[in-house]
Ligand binder design. Structure first.
Ligand code: BT5
Length: 307
């Protein structure tokens, strides 16, 4: 299902949450009562339950609730369309084919991690990719991964979430979210794809149980829609500050990160670094103090060690 974010039916949806008669809605939005009825029918098909008398009123919503998600997406600068799927291979793959859009799926059959790894995407999780025409140089992409990490960590802050450099968000040292930023286009003017996976109500497969966590294990009443709405709010707030307030975003990253001050081993494309994570520099690179002195690493796999 595709929802255009400037579609007035989103405003109609807001009215239907409060309750309104077909006649009132038709008048307010300048449409026929048949179009109101068709929209009500579409909502019912999508899993919403509406009371019909004395007015139309939404009394129960599915989780995820696509129209609440679309309303939240309206806040993100530059977004025009929302593509909502029950199942796809990978939202990042699909996001590359569309512009100025968010692509969400209830489950992914081939969710992607970095360097060809798999992202387990059972139903009940949150899988979303943003395709944004930012036209920035490719070397800005690591910054957007950090920005997205701040958005996710703020969204899950009440569960004690912390960021692990560069693209993981952890709760009690277990991974609850991963971010995959990619680009499409030219090196000096890239379109950016920011893919975010969050374990919300999905089962964690056995082989990942000791290193991954789903929010439902901490909060039985967690909802995908609520997490999504908060994520959009945080992302939109951060995107409005990027790039002009990059340094303050980086400051927030440092405050939410569990990496700085830890002993780490970093695997960076075959090279291995070992030392104390000291800081993040202005480009988003991790500075670690090794035997050779301070070194800066732009991307890699980070492990915490105990010595
Ligand atoms: C990531 O890769 O963490 C990036 C994950 C991005 C997923 C989103 S979902 C929406 C969008 N569409 C996509 O196709 N992808 C994005 P990486 O740092 O390479 O971590 C991958 C590793 O995390 C795997 O090798 C597993 O060890 C672990 N892992 C896999 N699935 C997991 C899950 N659901 N929860 C926690 N850890 C997981």
């Amino acid at each position: 299902m595709k929802i255009e974010l400037n579609d007035r039916r989103l405003d109609m949806f807001t009215e239907l949450k409060k309750g309104a008669s077909g006649e009132e809605l038709a008048k307010k939005f300048g449409v026929s009562r048949t179009s109101v009825w068709k929209f009500v029918h579409k909502l019912e098909e999508t899993g919403y339950i509406l009371e019909r008398r004395p007015k139309y009123r939404i009394v129960s919503k599915p989780d995820p609730s696509p129209f609440d998600m679309a309303l939240a997406l309206k806040e993100i600068p530059g977004l025009q369309n929302f593509h909502y799927f029950r199942e796809v291979d990978s939202t990042n793959r699909l996001a590359k084919e569309v512009e100025n859009s968010a692509v969400f799926a209830e489950t992914q059959s081939a969710g992607r991690g970095r360097i060809g790894r798999k992202w387990e995407s059972q139903r009940g999780g949150l899988y979303v990719s943003f395709s944004l025409n930012l036209s920035i140089p490719v070397n800005e992409i690591p910054k957007l991964t950090l920005l997205a990490g701040v958005a996710v960590a703020k969204t899950l802050e009440n569960y004690g979430a912390r960021i692990k450099w560069p693209n993981d968000v952890l709760i009690n040292d277990k991974k609850v979210s991963g971010i995959l930023s990619e680009f499409v286009g030219e090196e000096l003017s890239a379109r950016v794809i920011i893919g975010i996976g969050i374990n919300v109500k999905n089962e964690i497969p056995d082989h990942l149980r000791d290193k991954a966590v789903s929010l439902k294990e901490i909060d039985e009443s967690v909802s995908i829609t609520d997490v999504f709405v908060r994520l959009c709010r945080n992302l939109s707030e951060l995107m409005k500050r990027y790039p002009s307030e990059w340094e303050s975003i980086l400051g927030e990253w440092k405050g939410l990160s569990s990496t700085i001050g830890k002993h780490v081993v970093i695997d960076a494309g075959g090279r291995r670094y070992m030392g104390m994570a000291m800081d993040i520099d202005i480009d988003g690179g991790l500075i670690i103090r090794t035997e050779r002195g301070n070194e800066k690493i732009i991307s890699g796999e980070c492990f915490y060690t105990n010595y």
